[in-house]
Design a protein around this ligand. Structure first.
Ligand SMILES: [Cu+2]
Length: 170
């Protein structure tokens, strides 16, 4: 019973991820005609060697479900997409019923799986209210794939979600 439920929640999570990805791709196409600026020179990123980690396509408010389906997390980065160096992330967290996750304990841990190291700075999480949290510095100090674990404890549940971004060389 529990196993079945978790399996279906995982499927739901994948659907959300697919939706977010589709949405991001859709946005890119929409901007195609008026965004042929300096960013184009960075588009040829070699994400083929990122191992078995699935890289997320960034868009503001990118939404993912936590691994066990307890929380939904929307992430916006400033600057966005996240850059090499210091970023500030805004997270909006809701529980499985869609209610704001107020006063959750949130721990953000960026990690480079290809290199086996974390960030050189501790990410400090501030509670903004309304289920919103500000995280800074998110210090992605090298180019390459960063897998950031966001561990959330709220309402007696602990669950985590991963946001994986391929950070480009400046
Ligand atoms: Cu590294």
């Amino acid at each position: 019973m529990v196993t079945t439920m978790r399996a279906s929640l995982r499927t739901l999570g994948s659907t959300f991820a697919a939706f977010a990805l589709t949405f991001a791709v859709g946005c890119d196409h929409g901007d195609e005609h008026d965004s042929h600026d300096s960013h184009d020179s960075h588009d040829s990123h070699d994400s083929g060697d990122s191992g078995d980690v699935e890289v997320d396509e960034y868009s503001a408010g990118l939404m993912k479900m936590s691994d066990e389906g307890h929380f939904m997390v929307a992430l916006t980065s400033e600057p966005g997409p996240p850059v090499k160096g210091v970023n500030t992330w805004t997270l909006t967290i809701s529980d499985h019923a869609g209610a704001d996750a107020e006063d959750a304990e949130v721990i953000v841990t960026p990690y480079m799986p290809e290199h086996g190291h974390g960030s050189q700075s501790d990410a400090v999480v501030t509670v903004d209210g309304g289920g919103q949290y500000t995280v800074t510095p998110v210090d992605l100090h090298m180019a390459g794939v960063w897998d950031s674990t966001i561990e959330i404890t709220h309402g007696g549940m602990t669950d985590e979600v991963h946001f994986v971004f391929d950070i480009e060389e400046v």
